[in-house]
Unconditional design. Structure first.
Length: 193
């Protein structure tokens, strides 16, 4: 049975001087892509799909190298929740509180330029489009972001969204059944073997 594999990007540089959507991978982030590629090899992906944001795209390209240079297809529909330019990252505690509120009030504009529900719907449209164009037996591996991955997964699974979001390291994997989006496995830290 085909899998949908949602991958949270690897470690990125949290620079308060830059909007989060422009953050790039750190040297450690690139190193953590090596064991991530080994985790993803078991799915035998023919190609990778990625958000257009640098941290996800750099993760995808680095993983693709470790998987015999398979192609990487980009889609803005797979991007993180909102551009978040109206809410600087700030302290870890302040960011954490905003994310908690985002999960608690999905139809409220908590920060950024889209609600959690809007981000989930955009992301879902991207996933459904990928699945429609894929071979039914093909495992789909998507390099994306923690918040939208959890918003999508929570729509189809009874999970505590905030709790799962907090557990996911950079990188991490949410493996789902492509047929019904039920979670079959979570690898909280896919940057180690």
């Amino acid at each position: 049975m085909a899998k949908l594999v949602l991958v949270k990007h690897s470690n990125s540089n949290h620079s308060p001087a830059q909007p989060a959507q422009d953050w790039e991978l750190t040297p450690d982030g690139y190193e953590r892509c090596k064991p991530l590629a080994k985790h993803l090899a078991r799915y035998r992906p023919r190609r990778l799909f990625s958000s257009t944001m640098p941290k996800a795209l750099q993760t995808a390209r680095s993983v693709a190298e470790g998987l015999d240079n398979i192609p990487v297809n980009e889609s803005p529909l797979l991007a993180e929740h909102s551009r978040r330019s109206n809410a600087p990252y700030g302290s870890a505690a302040a960011f954490d509180a905003r994310i908690r509120r985002l999960f608690e009030a999905p139809d409220e504009l908590v920060f950024g330029d889209e609600t959690a529900s809007q981000a989930r719907q955009r992301f879902q449209n991207g996933i459904l489009s990928l699945l429609e164009s894929a071979d039914p037996e093909e495992n789909i591996v998507v390099l994306t972001h923690g918040t939208v991955a959890v918003l999508f997964a929570a729509q189809y699974n009874s999970i505590d969204s905030y709790d799962l979001w907090r557990k996911l390291k950079m990188p991490s994997i949410i493996e789902m059944e492509a047929s019904d989006f039920r979670i079959s496995q979570v690898i909280e830290d896919a940057g180690i073997l």
